[in-house]
Design a protein around this ligand. Structure first.
Ligand code: SAH
Ligand code: MG
Length: 218
C-alpha cells in the first residue's frame, strides 16, 4: 500500500518468526492460503497488545496462522476461531497441535453464518477479527458485533483488496462483484452510527472499529 521500497524496508525489519510459523508462512504461499500479510498482522498484534485483549473471536481460521500469532503475542488470551473449509480445518488442527498453544485456541468448524449459537456460548468477546469471505463482511459484522464487549474492538482485514477498491475498470466478473461488496462495506462501516472506524493502509488494508461512546443527555 505504501510505496514498494518503503514496504520492503519495513517488512525486512520485522524479526524472523520461529520455525513453525515460518513453515506455515511457506505452506500458505505454496498452497495459496491467504493468510494475513506480514505488516498487517504485526499492526493488528500491536493493537491487541495495547488493548490487552483477553477473548478474541476470529472469523476465518484458514490454517491457524493468525490464531497462533495472536495466542503467542497475548499469552493470557483465548481465541475462538471459525473455519468452514474441511481441508483447512485439518491443517489448522495439525499446526495448532504442534504449537503447544492448543489450550488457548477453540476451533469451531462450520460456516460462520450458521454456527452463531455455538459461538455465542463463548461471548462476550473483546476483539472480533473478521477475515473470511469478503462478500459477507457486512453480515459477519452485523451478527457478531452483538457479542462484542463494551470496550471491544472489531478488526477487519482486506478492506483495500490489493488496491482494487479504487479501480474503476475490473474485467473479471467475480472480482468485480467482490470489489463492489468491499467498497459498499467500507462506506457502510465508516458511517456506522454505533462505531468509530478507521482504515489503516497496511497489509491488504485493515479496518479498526470501536464502539462509539454512549453520551448521556445532560
Ligand atoms: N485469518 C487467517 C486467514 C483466513 S483466510 C490468517 O490470517 O492466518 C479466509 C478463510 O475464511 C478461508 O480459509 C475460508 O475458508 C474461510 N471462510 C470464508 N468464509 C467463511 C465462512 N462463511 N465461515 C467460515 N469460514 C469462512
Ligand atoms: Mg485476510
Amino acid at each position: 500500500m505504501l510505496n514498494e521500497k518503503l514496504h520492503v524496508y519495513i517488512e525486512k525489519l520485522i524479526p524472523e518468526r520461529h520455525s513453525l510459523l515460518t513453515e506455515m508462512e511457506q505452506f500458505a504461499q505454496i498452497h495459496q492460503v491467504p493468510i494475513m500479510e506480514l505488516a498487517g498482522i504485526e499492526t493488528m498484534l500491536q493493537l491487541l497488545r495495547i488493548h490487552q485483549s483477553k477473548k478474541i473471536l476470529e472469523v476465518g481460521t484458514a490454517i491457524g496462522y493468525s490464531a497462533l500469532r495472536m495466542a503467542e503475542a497475548l499469552p493470557g488470551a483465548h481465541i475462538v476461531t471459525i473455519e468452514r473449509d474441511v481441508e483447512r480445518i485439518q491443517w489448522a488442527k495439525e499446526f495448532i497441535g504442534r504449537s503447544g498453544l492448543s489450550k488457548q485456541i477453540t476451533l469451531i468448524e462450520g460456516d460462520a453464518l450458521e454456527v452463531v449459537e455455538t459461538v455465542s456460548s463463548h461471548a462476550p468477546f473483546d476483539v472480533i477479527f473478521i477475515d473470511a469471505a469478503k462478500g459477507q463482511y457486512k453480515k459477519f459484522f452485523e451478527i457478531y458485533s452483538n457479542y462484542l464487549s463494551e470496550d471491544g474492538m472489531i478488526v477487519t482485514d482486506n478492506v483495500l483488496f490489493k488496491g482494487l477498491v479504487v479501480e474503476s475498470e475490473i474485467n473479471i466478473k467475480r472480482t468485480r462483484n467482490l470489489v463492489k461488496k468491499i467498497v459498499e462495506f467500507n462506506r457502510w462501516l465508516m458511517i456506522h452510527p454505533g462505531f468509530d472506524s478507521i482504515i489503516l493502509p497496511v497489509g491488504d488494508g485493515v479496518a479498526v472499529s470501536i464502539k462509539k461512546e454512549v453520551r448521556g443527555n445532560d
